[in-house]
Write a protein that binds this ligand. Structure first.
Ligand code: ATP
Ligand code: MG
Length: 671
């Protein structure tokens, strides 16, 4: 059924292209949306790369009006001096608009990223990118930006609209590769008598169907699904967007008006619907039949041919997919020599920290990319193949609020994970240090809370796998150059081979002070145990106090009791970090404390999901239930005895992989 719909949609868009009769005015001023210009690799002005790059960019620009909106090219002959580049114009724009946009892009990308070997520039109508590595047919999700229109109106219906419509156009765009070579789809739909939603999905046509599909689904997973009236996610390889106004040229993508057929009900409303007057315009019915019958017959023949072709190629596609997977496993693998060279042979000067899973080193790859290398302690029980497979799965999870896993190294006894380097240390470094606390004012803490919530929601709901973090805490929140939070160490339980498929959990991971009581005492974990840890973290961020090392003279035993006591007594603002002074919003702080208390409820069912947390953080007008007394986990340490060895580890703030006598089922399944 879905496939039939996709085929119809394919035809609609194809017809739209065939019957394209309207031309656009080419003089549109392109407004830049974003520039990705990492300063990790640079070239010098008189180098061979520089002249190759200039030649490449001017060849892209001069091909913009003749290449159906997409063109890739290279300049240069030798290894690292070759410049690879491409441009992609939005599927609905005319050659003139495309040319105009690509010319602007060619000029601005070189002006604004003067030394970068790698750059991507995005406009409404086009994107242009180049690199010193081949970029063709490669799914690239780096350097993305999301752009929300903050209309703070809760439109549940839009949220619903997303999951059906965006999914639908993703499939259509991925399947499409029409005569003009595009992978592009749009859709309009009414969601109320007053408003209409317009959505668009597009991939660079060099991607395979499966890469396009996964890129689009990943982009859709990153769209704001919290009632915003519009949103977009743009990657180098694909982009998606929805708005409540028409932001693309409907006449260029719409199907031709349906022929007026007597007695046939008009089709459901689509853009540009033509009026059907039942033949009163004076066209003889014989003429109509002469036009309609051949069209219907050719459409049917086309559908038949298309179905046949799809069935024939689907088996070949599956084989290609398997080959893809194998190449991913290989391409993520780093040689030990590369890692040794990058970290000066794991020198102590390069050591940046040590956690429960091993030592972390800073490193630099030959192309200048900075990395963080986590050298896993050798006690991991994971087999080689499982380790590889899990690392590949985790590397595919990408979100602006997650630390990206770049790859792994497996040689001899060494098991190493290679991450993107996040420059501003971890949240605990600022939060629990008297001198550095004041570097995080209320608005940056708000941004950090929101980012963590979105990252966790992605892990729980929007990514291709459902990942329960199990060790969310301040030291696992890293801060990038703009102090945006990035969750680290997600998926460690999988990579480390801890109870992925067993019905009985044999090992437990977590950190004292953040673990939900049901997890610490019975080993039961679920998305709601992460919600509990998020609640503790949120209250730590607001108060600047560490839950596990909490001490107050007024008799409260831990942070949760302290917050609860003040909430119950009507003095919640007592708990906030004194470094805020007067520069905070009382309303925002109160809302955050309320949400934090809901997250740390003893009863799992009373804790909200991360989806509701994100909604509540975005819209303070949402009614929230009153929190009850939270779980006072620290008061009942004797109850934790089922976990062997916890007593000896409870002073640590590192993850504790522990054995448990008997605990119950876990939730961590591929979708
Ligand atoms: P746990 O093992 O329980 O997660 P932890 O988070 O303190 O404890 P690690 O995850 O091993 O320990 O990290 C140790 C330190 O290394 C962190 O505090 C952080 O400052 C640094 N670090 C880890 N990953 C990165 C990264 N990708 N970029 C920059 N620094 C990092
Ligand atoms: Mg960590």
């Amino acid at each position: 059924m879905l496939m039939n719909f996709n085929i119809l949609k394919f035809l609609v868009v194809l017809c739209g292209n065939i019957f394209l009769i309207f031309s656009q005015n080419g003089q549109v001023n392109s407004t830049r949306l974003a520039l990705f210009c990492p300063n990790t690799t640079s070239y010098s002005p008189n180098s061979t790369y520089s002249s190759n790059l200039n030649a490449l960019v001017s060849s892209l620009s001069s091909n913009a009006s003749t290449r159906n909106g997409f063109y890739n090219s290279t300049a240069g002959h030798t290894g690292s001096d070759i410049a690879y580049g491409l441009f992609l114009c939005r599927g609905d724009v005319s050659p003139d608009v495309c040319q105009n946009c690509v010319s602007t892009a060619s000029k601005e990308i070189l002006e604004n990223c003067p030394k970068g070997k790698i750059a991507v520039i995005w406009y409404d109508e086009c994107l242009l990118r180049y690199s010193n590595r081949s970029i063709v047919a490669t799914e690239d999700l780096s350097g993305w930006m999301d752009h929300f229109l903050y209309n703070n109106i809760l439109l549940i219906i839009i949220v619903f609209y997303f999951f059906s419509t965006m999914d639908e156009i993703a499939s259509v765009a991925a399947n499409e590769n029409d005569r003009s070579g595009r992978k592009f789809a749009t859709k309009e739909a009414n969601f109320s008598s007053l408003e209409r939603v317009y959505s668009l999905a597009q991939c660079t046509p060099d991607l395979s169907e499966s890469s396009c599909d996964s890129c689009l689904r990943f982009a859709i997973g990153n769209l704001p699904s919290d009632g915003k009236k519009g949103g977009r996610v743009i990657f180098p390889s694909c982009n998606v967007r929805y708005e409540t106004y028409s932001f693309y040229n409907i006449t260029a993508v719409a199907p031709p008006p349906p022929p007026p057929v007597r007695g046939t009900p008009p089709p459901p409303s689509i853009s540009n619907s033509a009026s059907s007057d039942g033949g009163k315009g004076g066209i003889a019915s014989g003429v109509i039949v002469a036009i309609v019958v051949p069209i219907v017959v050719s459409v049917l023949l086309f559908i038949f041919g298309f179905c046949w072709l799809r069935r024939r190629t689907s088996r070949e596609l599956n084989v290609a997919k398997d080959a893809d997977e194998i190449s991913t496993v290989e391409s993520l693998q780093y040689h030990l020599n590369t890692i040794r060279a990058a970290t000066s042979n794991f020198s102590s000067e390069n050591k940046i920290g040590e956690g429960g899973f091993g030592v972390v080193y800073k490193g630099k790859l030959p192309d200048g990319l900075e990395i963080a290398v986590k050298r896993l302690s050798r006690s991991s029980g994971q087999g080689v193949e499982e380790f590889k497979n899990e690392s590949v799965l985790i590397a595919k999870l990408q979100h602006r609020n997650l630390v990206r896993l770049l790859g792994y190294c497996l040689e001899g006894d060494e098991k190493i994970l290679v991450y993107e380097f996040v420059p501003n240390k971890s949240l605990d470094y600022f939060l629990f240090d008297h001198e550095k606390q004041n570097l995080l004012d209320w608005s940056s803490r708000c941004k950090i809370i929101g980012g963590i919530a979105r990252g966790l929601l992605y892990l729980h709901e929007d990514s291709r796998l459902r990942i329960i973090h199990r060790d969310l805490k301040a030291s696992n929140i890293l801060l990038d150059a703009e102090m945006n939070p990035k969750i680290s160490d997600f998926g460690m339980a999988r990579i480390f081979g801890i109870d992925q498929s067993e019905e009985i959990t044999r090992r437990i991971v977590g950190t004292y002070g953040y673990m939900a009581p049901e997890y610490a005492m019975h080993g039961q974990y679920s998305v709601k145990s992460d919600v509990f840890s998020f609640g503790v973290l949120l209250l730590e961020i607001i108060s600047g106090k560490k839950n596990s090392a909490f001490y107050q003279s007024d008799g409260a035993e831990d942070l949760l009791s302290y917050v609860w006591k003040n909430w119950r007594d009507g003095t919640p603002l007592n708990i906030i970090d004194p470094t805020f002074a007067e520069s905070y919003s009382r309303n925002e702080v109160m809302q955050c404390i309320h949400i934090g208390l809901l997250c740390v409820q003893e009863d799992v069912n009373e804790r909200p999901t991360m989806e509701s947390v994100v909604l509540m953080l975005n819209s303070y007008s949402i009614t929230k239930r009153a929190p009850k007394q939270p779980a006072f986990f620290f008061r009942s340490q004797s109850e934790m005895l089922p976990i062997k060895g916890l007593e000896s580890d409870q002073s640590t703030s590192k993850s504790i992989p522990l054995s448990v006598n008997e605990v119950s089922i876990t939730e961590m399944e591929p979708r």
